[in-house]
Design a protein around this ligand. Structure first.
Ligand code: ADP
Ligand code: MG
Length: 243
């Protein structure tokens, strides 16, 4: 199997508080990994470490066999390959939909304007947002904003996309449209690491589920095992609360 990311013995401290402890796992090409766990268990911090929005305190992260923790890393280039979709969309509110999806390509990948536009359009099409290219984020619903954010990330042609609770800020009626796009991406073979409270999505789409509790991987396995036959008491307690 070809490993896209290898995380070894990663820990993260904020001051004296250790919020991630000895985390190790791999992300293989084409794999969908869902990270589940209670609020405060360290899921966002872990994703932020993978994207280098946080620096791990100890441990290693390799991207395609090379450590990303070297001082010489080009962060912007790395983040185009290991993209992130946030709970709060993080769109540029002063730019229209199309420009949101072209600036990164032009600034980071040095793509020519016309090509950047064409690529943006094809991904906006894929997420069902091609009719909104001239809209500002403020004119869109949450579900539409999130689909634009996904198109923007895709336009960078990422190797892996990280999703941090992409549907948690949405009104319930908009959750489905975003999950459908994500399922479509998973089916198309995109490598994804998804922090989610949508257990039905994790059950259906994940190849591998990681349950985090208080900064550690408390249990991991295939979705059928985690959801139908959890071994650890804390997994059982978490699932009984959320399902
Ligand atoms: P989750 O995403 O699972 O809810 P987080 O990764 O956001 O968990 O947070 C894990 C723990 O780390 C929490 O106790 C949180 O308060 C703490 N934490 C997160 N970010 C910071 C920070 N920048 N400074 C200090 N503590 C933080
Ligand atoms: Mg979080």
């Amino acid at each position: 199997m070809s490993e896209v990311l290898e995380i070894r013995n990663l820990s993260k401290k904020f001051g004296e508080r250790e919020v991630l402890k000895d985390i190790s796992f791999n992300v293989s090409k084409g794999q969908v990994i869902c990270l589940i766990g209670s609020s405060g268990s360290g899921k966002s911090t872990l994703l932020r470490c993978l994207n280098l929005l946080e620096k791990p305190t100890t441990g290693e992260i390799d991207y395609r066999g090379t450590s990303i923790l070297n001082p010489g890393m080009n962060l912007f280039q790395y983040r185009s390959k290991v993209g992130m979709v946030f709970q709060q969309f993080n769109l540029f509110n002063n730019l229209d939909v199309l420009t949101n999806c072209t600036t990164g390509q032009m600034n980071v990948m040095k793509t020519e304007k016309e090509e950047a536009k064409q690529r943006a359009l094809s991904f906006l099409e894929e997420v069902g947002m091609a009719a909104y290219i001239h809209a500002r984020p403020s004119q869109l619903s949450g579900g539409q904003k999130q689909r634009v954010a996904i198109a923007r990330a895709l336009a960078m042609e990422p190797d892996v996309l990280l999703f941090d609770e992409p549907t948690s800020a949405l009104d319930p009626e908009m959750v489905g449209e975003v999950l459908r796009v994500m399922k479509q991406l998973a089916d198309s073979g995109l490598t994804m690491v998804v922090v989610t409270h949508e257990m039905q999505f994790a059950r259906e789409v994940a190849d591998h589920v990681i349950f985090m509790d208080q900064g550690v991987i408390a249990e991991e396995g295939a979705p059928e095992q985690i959801f139908n036959n959890p071994k650890e008491d804390r997994t059982k307690v978490f699932l009984s609360r959320i399902l």
